[in-house]
Design a protein around this ligand. Structure first.
Ligand code: GLU
Length: 416
């Protein structure tokens, strides 16, 4: 049978599995299976050559029972409404498992940002906000960076929003530059949260992680900070990293400053000095202690799961593992730190950013990382303990924790 790789079908299948364990009320189950609201729109962008190109875009507000919607905006050529739906669902479970008072949302634009000039990218970003400004806001839904979007894009979107509303409202968007109300410690936050989760995994499994080997797929904001912090915080030996163009390997470990300088210069990972070439699939199946998928969805599938040899998989990407791969990892006894737990550090510090914006009073990086550590450690143990108690996988356990919190809010509001 050919595996269904539709991300929303996967997100629903994961929910269904957890709902069965939880014996969730069927009406609640039906409600949680679907997004509450979604917006589809087109963004006409004046290109540098004078022509107008029309881009398709989405914003999905999956569930806001626990608080306003929250989630990034992706710019990707393969974006689909179902991908955005899945990502918005995962944001709902993510904010619940991290126990921050926000709901789940996500946005996407079908585009290839590598083909756009800086001016075109700015007009596209402003055009996105022009379409969504009426239904985003501090108390409605707050966008943030994700795949192929960054602090500069958040700054353009913020400026567009404030121009339209005529008011300063920095908390409407997070992942902003520091100078516009961004939080100290937001850029490394997703990776740092995952590193804290890996540290806790070492503790519960009784594994000494010092000098343990690690491979990282993806070298954007999350993957590159994961490389830096895996070495700095945990003293892991990062033997392989990759991006969409290919990967590099060295058995003695890859030096972060060298690789980061190469990526800054060339815009890609391959051909960095002092390393051999490796393909993305060979990276995923390396015999390492810790594997960190930090790219996009559907990387560990029924096709390659059998060959995966890692002891721990720390999912910094959203949706990197399909249900078929999950079954294989369960059988093999691989310890999976599921995505919406492992990568919750980003949205957690986004929440801290909103809090600081509300009070116009800013924290230093140490305070941010200490508070992040506390949140991640608590979330990790809630999931780990649930998995032990119910004898289910960590992914199902994470759903059990999250669904319980979201369903309670839905019930208290009288929606179901
Ligand atoms: N895009 C990030 C995620 O998938 C962060 C979202 C946010 O900060 O709102 O978790």
């Amino acid at each position: 049978m050919i595996e269904n790789l539709n991300p929303f079908a996967i997100a629903q299948a994961q929910l269904d599995e957890a709902a069965a364990v939880l014996q969730l009320d069927p009406d609640m189950h039906a409600f949680l299976r679907e997004p509450m609201r979604e917006f589809h729109f087109t963004i006409p962008v004046r290109m540098d050559d004078g022509r107008t190109r029309v881009f398709k875009a989405f914003r999905v507000q999956y569930n806001d029972a626990r608080g306003p919607g929250k989630g990034g905006v992706r710019f990707h050529p393969d974006e689909t409404i179902d991908t955005v739906r899945a990502l918005a669902a995962w944001m709902t479970w993510k904010t619940a498992v991290a126990d921050i008072p926000l709901g789940g949302a996500k946005g996407g634009v079908i585009c290839n940002p590598r083909e756009l000039s800086r001016g075109e990218l700015e007009r596209l970003s402003r055009g996105y906000m022009r379409n969504v400004w009426r239904f985003v806001g501090l108390d409605q839904d707050s966008p943030a960076p994700d795949v192929n979007t960054n602090a500069q894009i958040m700054a353009w979107m913020l400026d567009e929003y404030e121009t339209l509303t005529g008011q300063h409202e920095p908390g409407v968007i997070t992942g902003k530059p520091l100078e516009l109300g961004g939080s100290a410690g937001r850029p490394p936050a997703t990776a740092m949260g995952g590193i804290f989760a890996i540290r806790e995994t070492g503790r519960v499994l009784g594994i000494d992680l010092q000098g343990a080997t690690c491979a990282i797929q993806g070298y954007g904001n999350v993957g590159s900070f994961a490389h830096k912090l895996a070495v700095e915080i945990l003293d892991l030996k990062v033997v392989a990293v990759s991006d969409e163009f290919g990967g590099i390997y060295h058995a003695n470990g890859l030096d972060y400053p060298t690789i980061a300088a190469h990526v800054r210069e060339t815009g890609r990972v391959p051909d960095a000095p002092d390393a051999d070439a490796i393909s993305n699939n060979d990276l995923l199946t390396l015999d390492v202690d810790v594997l960190i998928p930090a790219a996009i969805e559907n990387q560990l599938t029924g096709q390659n799961a059998d060959e995966v040899r890692a002891r721990i998989i720390a999912e910094l990407a959203n949706g990197p593992t399909t249900p078929e791969a999950d079954d294989v990892f369960d059988e093999k006894g691989i310890y999976v730190i599921p995505d919406f737990l492992c990568n919750a550090g980003g949205v957690t510090v986004s929440y801290f950013e909103m809090v600081q914006n509300a009070y116009q009073f800013y924290w230093d990086e140490t305070l941010v990382s200490d508070r992040l550590d506390k949140k991640m450690t608590t979330a990790f143990h809630a999931v780990h303990d649930m998995a032990q108690r119910k004898q289910v996988s960590n992914r199902v356990a994470a759903y059990l924790v999250a669904i319980d919190r979201v369903a309670t809010a839905v019930r208290l509001r009288g929606w179901v």
